[in-house]
Write a protein that binds this ligand. Sequence first.
Ligand code: PBG
Ligand code: ZN
Length: 324
Amino acid sequence: MPFPITRPRQLRRTESIRCLVRETTLSVDDLIWPIFVKPKSEDEPVASMPGVVRYNPIRAAEEAATAFQSGIKAILIFGIPAYKDETGSASWQDDGVVQQAIRAIKSTTPDLVVIADVCLCEYTSHGHCGVLKDGEVDNDVTLDLLSRQSLSFLRAGVDVIAPSDMMDGRIGHIRKSMDEAGFGNRAIMAYSVKYASAFYGPFRDAAGSAPSFGDRKGYQMDPANVREAVREVQLDIEEGADIVMVKPALAYLDVIQRVRSKTELPLAAFNVSGEYAMIKAAAAMGWLDEKRTVLEILTGIKRAGADLIITYHAREAVQWIKEG
Ligand code: PBG
Ligand code: ZN
């Protein structure tokens, strides 16, 4: 029955009515807070990501404990190593910065889910996500190094391994290495659908991980493709992924929706550094209401089909969700 019999505004009259018919609810349990750890002692703010700070392992453990007390269930760790070289060898040292942070966090806050990003770009002198052969990233040689890095994080006590490199076959390779090393009980969150995106700019400032030549288009996905996203997800599931991910989030809500309709696995979306920086910049100028904008964005990502959202807004969003 059309108007005047049907009047959708009847269900929008008061906040209580709106609550009753709300289709999507954002929960503190959905949020994963990404953090950067580095060896030096002082806290180091990231200029292009206001509110984001690089911490040493001890400070990271303090901040992680506070985040857990506020209700955050999981963090995702990125490492800025003491040195970079051709192969990214700092990433698999058992006394490396990420390994130290994992140990510190698990000893102070054992119930916090600790996830570690696995990739080589933060650790290589050339900034690419794998090792180079004749100026190109060599897929299969890189797999061994990613497994090596993963095992070192696992020995430090990490709960979930999150490979972000986009090499072919890395989920299967890492899964096999984990199982053989006795880590059959730990999970893999695969960056299954990771686009070659301009929105990673501030992250690369934070981690000093911009490629020194060329770009990542030879391994990260073309932003124009969505059928390929479904294929990447299928492969990662066949290889043993426990959680799949779409990244970035905002220009890819249709991809999140498509992947959601094709898999029963938990689906994560990464609200990346550039998406965060845009909001912070506009809010600082007084052009946007930050709280309302962030809650609207996070709700939109969930509505598109994500179960989990990795976001630098996590700590503030927790307070805003509690305020209602
Ligand atoms: C490492 C990695 C990147 C991000 C997550 N893991 C950077 C990249 O691929 O260049 C981006 C995260 C963000 O922008 O917030 N491969
Ligand atoms: Zn990388």
